[in-house]
Design a protein around this ligand. Structure first.
Ligand code: ZN
Length: 67
């Protein structure tokens, strides 16, 4: 499944879903990143979001760091 990476705008064969973009009409649109951009921006994959996430972009550091 090829998807266009939202960050570098290049097609990738290994898209990682990282967010859901909410639109006024219809269901949300899944936002994809390529593996390179996911690592570079430390994007949290959608399937690792906490249960109360509504689909916004999350970053690994923001949630992983102890307070
Ligand atoms: Zn990319």
């Amino acid at each position: 499944m090829t998807q266009v990476c939202t960050w570098c705008a290049e097609p990738t064969d290994e898209p990682v879903s990282v967010a859901v973009e909410h639109v006024a009409s219809g269901p949300g649109r899944v936002v994809y990143a390529c593996p390179d951009c996911r690592r570079r921006h430390r994007l949290l994959p959608l399937d690792q979001h906490p249960a109360d996430s509504w689909g916004e972009v999350r970053y690994e550091t923001a949630e992983a760091e102890p307070r």
